[in-house]
Design a protein. Structure first.
Length: 90
């Protein structure tokens, strides 16, 4: 089943290659979507794809990022929007 998840990661998530590593993870899992820095110091990402792969990407970003320290995350699931074009850093 395909899902879409919008996630906001909080903590030490900017200036630590978070977006590049999130893209590499999403690409390896075949996900579409995007990731971006926000002006409040958080990172926002949208992952779209198979449910298990989306959950794996969220977990990896929250717990396995090599230089980041995620203190909390907010995840909102919704119906997929047919995101295409792979995963982008915006």
């Amino acid at each position: 089943m395909r899902v879409r998840a919008r996630v906001v990661f909080r903590g030490r998530v900017q200036g630590v290659f978070f977006r590049a590593n999130a893209k590499a993870c999403a690409d390896s899992l075949g996900l579409a979507g995007w990731v971006r820095n926000r002006s409040d110091g958080t990172v926002e990402a949208v992952f779209e794809g198979e449910d298990a792969a989306v959950k794996q990407a969220i977990d990896w970003c929250a717990n396995e990022q090599p230089y980041a320290r995620v203190e909390s995350k907010t995840v909102d699931y919704s119906e997929p929007e047919g995101e295409t074009g792979g995963f982008k850093v915006v």
